[in-house]
Design a protein around this ligand. Structure first.
Ligand SMILES: [Zn+2]
Length: 431
């Protein structure tokens, strides 16, 4: 049993409840009471004095290519076309299992350090992603990426189906789903085939849709339908869907969405790759959405708090209205993303799964604060994340990651050099 002594709780709705003792046992919040209330049962094995700390649910990242932390900074200040076709996809084509494993560890380290307790990953090399997730203890929803246009597409879909079948019961912290890369890389019937495979196994899907204006225009030109309409015709909206981006979602697309269609919005990537304003901002209030980071090669980080911060500021700035997107609304959006994982996380209340962050706001970055939610949203960084807990287990403790980060960093630097020396290969797909 772990006791968090005398904390101020920040709820998922952004309310503050002071002087709370929180008892954690078996991965769950067993008891919350007024501080000092006697509690029966075994004495805590670990007590953290939270008298000057805040406790909130963990942060969730709804769209990440976690392994791409190995590519952080490799392609800067280039167009999206150059970024994909001349840089990322050629380098990725020569990625090894060791690269994927090390890159995923790097990404997980960054997330845990920043209070991210759960991430929805979309990448290939899924065996390595799974291994890194299990070893570190983060909660992860893994969607192995499938391209529908490569010569080995059928073998790849069979491989992914087998992987999912073999690992779907591995751990309560791991969930799996199908990850068609996008509508534009899954031409013809391939999108419907992948959706079918997901339906047969009773699983959801996670894919990129309508990231840029060009993608929507080309989809209309080639198929007469928007990317969302193509997914509808493939049966995709019969299943729970996690849409990465949807920046260029149209008014007509909205009618296609289900109650279990979620968007992962990643504004830092859109700003860095100049993806345009898109329709998302206007339609946001009618969508289920939370935030994602995309890969660190495009967004520069997998710290989802930064994306939420940028979303609020971008909307205020562009619409010339500082009252838009107040901090509490953004906090609730961040917390809403827990629903995608279906793990009973996202609330600090009895019986909730204990995925949480202990914040120290008495640091140079956040002092003097007046409301902890706005301090976190607009001023906090990883130094304010004192502890990160997933399912009752501390993965960051008193400011230090549990995983051996210096070893991960050494391996990553060696692999980064090897990757540059090996050079670019031939991309399997074209953006
Ligand atoms: Zn992405």
């Amino acid at each position: 049993m772990i006791k968090l002594h005398n904390a101020i709780v920040i709820t998922h709705a952004g309310e503050c409840l002071s002087h709370r003792d929180i008892y954690i046992e078996g991965g769950r919040i067993a008891r919350i009471c007024e501080s000092g209330t006697p509690v029966q049962g075994a004495a805590p094995t670990d007590t953290v004095d939270c008298s000057s700390y805040f406790v909130s649910p963990g942060l969730v990242n709804l769209h990440a290519h976690t392994a791409m932390n190995l590519f952080k900074g490799i392609a800067e200040d280039v167009s999206a076309e150059i970024w994909f076709n001349d840089m990322i996809w050629p380098y990725e084509s020569r990625m090894t299992d060791r690269d994927i494993y090390a890159g995923t560890l790097l990404g997980i380290a960054e997330m845990l350090n920043n209070g991210v307790t759960a991430a929805a990953d979309h990448y290939f090399g899924e065996e390595q992603v799974l291994r890194a997730a299990k070893e570190t203890g983060i909660r992860m929803d893994i969607a192995p990426t499938v391209f529908g246009m490569t010569p080995d597409y059928r073998d790849r879909l069979a491989q992914v189906s087998a992987f999912i079948q073999n690992h779907r019961e591995d751990s309560p912290r791991i969930t799996l789903r199908f990850g068609p890369h996008s509508d534009y890389t899954c031409p013809g019937d391939t999108l419907a085939e992948i959706v079918d495979a997901a339906r047969r196994m009773g699983l959801p899907i996670h894919l990129h849709l309508s990231e840029t204006r060009l993608q929507v225009e080309q989809s209309l030109e080639r198929t007469g339908r928007t990317p969302f309409q193509r997914l509808r015709d493939a049966g995709g909206f019969d299943l729970p869907v996690l849409v990465a981006h949807g920046l260029w979602v149209t008014e007509d697309d909205l009618a296609l969405l289900g109650d279990d269609t979620w968007f992962a919005f990643c504004p830092k990537t859109y700003m860095r790759l100049a993806a345009g304003r898109g329709g998302f901002f206007e339609h946001a209030d009618r969508l289920h959405f939370s935030f994602g980071t995309d890969g660190a090669a495009s967004s520069g980080s997998v710290n989802v708090l930064e994306q939420a911060r940028l979303y609020a500021m971008l909307d205020k700035f562009e619409r010339d209205d500082a009252t838009l997107r107040p901090a509490l609304e953004i906090w609730r959006r961040l917390m809403a993303g827990h629903a995608v994982f279906g793990a009973g996380t996202g609330k600090i209340e009895e019986n909730a799964t204990a995925d949480l962050v202990i914040w120290d706001l008495q640091t140079p970055d956040t002092m003097a604060y007046y409301h902890p939610v706005s301090a976190i949203l607009y001023a906090a960084n990883s130094a304010n994340v004192r502890y990160t807990m997933v399912e009752g287990e501390f993965l960051k403790y008193d400011g230090r990651l549990k995983m051996d980060f210096p070893a991960v960093a050494r391996e990553a630097m060696a692999l980064q050099k090897a990757l540059l020396a090996r050079g670019k290969g031939r991309a399997k797909v074209y953006y």
